[in-house]
Design a protein around this ligand. Structure first.
Ligand code: FES
Length: 618
């Protein structure tokens, strides 16, 4: 079989590949973090690369998504371009190093109560007068320190290493235990160090927090793009991939597990410790991420009646999943609520203590799937709204993630002002920027209540007349020219098209419907909500005013909005530091009522109403 050389620019990374694979496969083989939002099916047109040398004929998908001039310049969709010769490929940007991820969190106090205990004991040496077995000797010494060890059990693999360890340590060793088992034995006194790492596995990003399990101190924070994004941007695409591709589930699982293991190593290195110092790992994620991490078939989550394989909290040895931490290390996976409301929502509720609140609060974690919870200590209801990837910038004409080069905020004054992540010329617009842009266009009177972008003629004689030159025709409809091609990084204009507005209406309509259905189910009105807690990366960057102008959040609640940072990550940290919090997570999962939106009686009419924009009072 022939092999070809592929060089990726910038950076010059070089690999040799067999003939007949796609540029997407080559990118993945090179280990380059790159997004394939539609899973590489040629549907989204987002995986553009420029073939600097060796470009072949364009595919049908290239012709559909790219302009003739772009094709001439060598731009192709990586997912469908088959490699039949040596190539030099220019990548627009490598997502992993540039990704902007929310790392700040809102902390709350926690009583530290680690899942594992370390106890150092010194034992008498055996003699003809004292012929107790090695295990009996160790157990007696432990019981002498604490009565709770009297029913301690010891697994075979510990017994196998006990005789040598005991003697090498001159009968002074540290036992690592949970409530009932010896999990590890270490020579001498190692009680001074016990670390843990809490992971929030998002559909898009993964964040890990390395903590000292004695003090709660945060030693390092690491993050990366979830490598599963190369198999699809959203959970449904990944569930389909898991079910339909050969070894799909294995591929998805090993991608996330390998990345998590890599992040463990990075976190240890950053903090100047070793993997061996890490004894506990907690994991939260939506139900699909949870299943894929554990290698559980997620297929039935997506099929009515949307049943997960397991909802209960889980604990197992880290080595079972090939996570390289201390051999005694344990993984603690928080429980799910339902097929589409997972451990990440449980973690948000744990972090925000909504289960103890005497006032009714609304928590929204906006992402591809918006998870929404409403209530207080008396009652909590939750649902999941399929917002789609518009808030992540996917399916938006100039959309991109919140990475360097994305317009993240827009303001309409005499002209249009915007800010770009990382400074410099913009490459596209991310969710928070899109929200601002559409909210500004609504307030300026350029987009009407039903979401139509008005014509220049309709703007004549109105205060919005100053923007009328920015209304252009695009794909047979009106579009608003946000940034002219001369001011962008790639020379293409950044527009808000009619289709973008429709996508945003669908996304915000889904979340707004979820909120309305929960209020109905609870039997309360918007006025009864005392606080709106916005969680997650997108929730933290969006402007609450814009969110209210477009009706994503009921406008009456604008003054009650509070950003709570990565509350799912905070919940994972709490469950890492405290067994009590881990148990409380299980209680929360059992307490929350799940509402299935699709089968709610008034769903269709609520959704139809939620699609339009609220009337602006001027
Ligand atoms: S078109 Fe290539 S990933 Fe969507």
């Amino acid at each position: 079989m022939k092999r070809f050389r592929v060089v990726f620019q910038p950076g010059g990374r070089e690999i040799y590949i067999p003939e007949g694979i796609t540029v997407k496969d080559a990118i993945n083989m090179a280990g380059i973090g790159f997004d394939f939002p539609c899973g590489g099916r040629g549907k989204c047109g987002k995986c553009r690369v420029r073939i600097l040398e060796g470009a072949g004929r364009p595919t049908a998908a290239d012709k559909e998504h790219l302009e003739a001039g772009e094709i001439e310049q060598g731009i192709r969709l990586a997912c469908l371009t088959i490699i039949n010769g040596d190539l030099v490929v220019e990548l627009p940007y490598e997502t992993i190093p540039e990704h902007k991820i929310l790392l700040a969190t809102e902390e709350r106090s926690v009583k530290i109560e680690p899942h594992l205990t370390k106890t150092c004991v010194e034992m008498d040496r055996p003699s003809l007068e004292d012929q107790r077995s090695d295990w009996q000797r160790l157990k007696d010494a432990l019981v002498q320190k604490n009565e709770k060890y009297k029913d301690l059990e010891v697994p075979l693999q510990i017994l196998r290493k006990l005789p040598q360890t005991l003697r090498a340590a001159k009968y002074r060793l540290t036992a690592v235990t949970d409530d009932r088992h010896v999990l590890g034995i270490e020579e001498q006194d190692t009680t001074g160090k016990m670390l843990g790492i809490a992971f929030d596995i998002g559909t898009t990003t993964m964040v890990g927090y390395l903590l000292d399990l004695y003090t709660g101190e945060e030693l390092s924070v690491v993050s990366a793009l979830n490598p599963q994004t190369r198999f699809g941007a959203d959970v449904i695409t990944r569930i389909t991939f898991a079910g339909q591709e050969e070894n799909g589930l294995e591929k998805l699982q090993s991608a996330v597990v390998e990345m998590l293991d890599r992040l463990v190593g990075e976190a240890a290195e950053k903090a100047g410790v070793t993997r061996d110092d890490i004894y506990a790992v907690t994991v939260v994620g939506n139900t699909c991420m949870h299943h894929l991490f554990l290698g559980l078939n997620p297929q039935y989550i997506a099929l009515s009646p949307y049943v997960p394989v397991v909802s209960e909290p889980l604990t197992f040895a880290a080595e079972e999943l090939h996570i390289n931490v201390n051999p005694a290390g344990r993984i603690f996976v928080l429980p799910n609520i339902a097929g589409f409301v997972g451990a990440d929502t449980v973690a948000v509720l744990l972090a925000t203590e909504m289960d103890w609140s005497d006032r009714i609060k609304l928590a929204i974690d906006i992402g591809t799937n918006g998870e929404i919870a409403l209530g207080s200590r008396d009652r909590l209801v939750s649902c999941s709204a399929a917002a789609g990837p518009a808030f992540e910038g996917a399916q938006i004409s100039s959309g991109m993630r919140g990475a360097v080069g994305a317009i993240d905020h827009v303001r309409f004054g005499d002209g249009v002002e915007y800010s770009v992540i990382g400074g410099g010329k913009p490459k596209g617009i991310c969710g928070s920027g899109l929200l601002d842009a559409v909210a500004g266009l609504i307030e300026a009177g350029i987009i009407d209540k039903r979401g139509r972008i008005l014509t220049p003629e309709q703007l004549t004689g109105t205060p919005a007349e100053r923007f009328k030159d920015r209304i252009v025709r695009h794909e047979g409809a009106n579009a608003f020219l946000l940034v002219d091609g001369s001011a962008t990084e790639h020379g293409r204009p950044i527009m808000i098209t009619q289709r973008d507005v429709r996508e945003l209406q669908l996304a915000k309509g889904a979340i707004a419907t979820g909120i309305q259905v929960l209020l109905d189910k609870y039997g309360i009105g918007v006025g009864d909500v005392t606080e709106v807690l916005l969680a997650g990366a997108f929730g933290n960057y969006l402007d609450p005013h814009s969110a209210c102008v477009i009706g994503l959040i009921p406008p009456e609640l604008e003054k009650k909005v509070k950003m709570v940072g990565n509350a799912a990550g905070t919940g994972a940290k709490l469950a890492l530091l405290s067994q009590g919090e881990f148990r409380r997570a299980a209680a929360i999962a059992g307490f929350v009522e799940y509402v299935e939106l699709g089968s709610y009686p008034d769903f269709a009419s609520i959704f139809a109403n939620s699609m339009s924009f609220p009337t602006i009072s001027k």
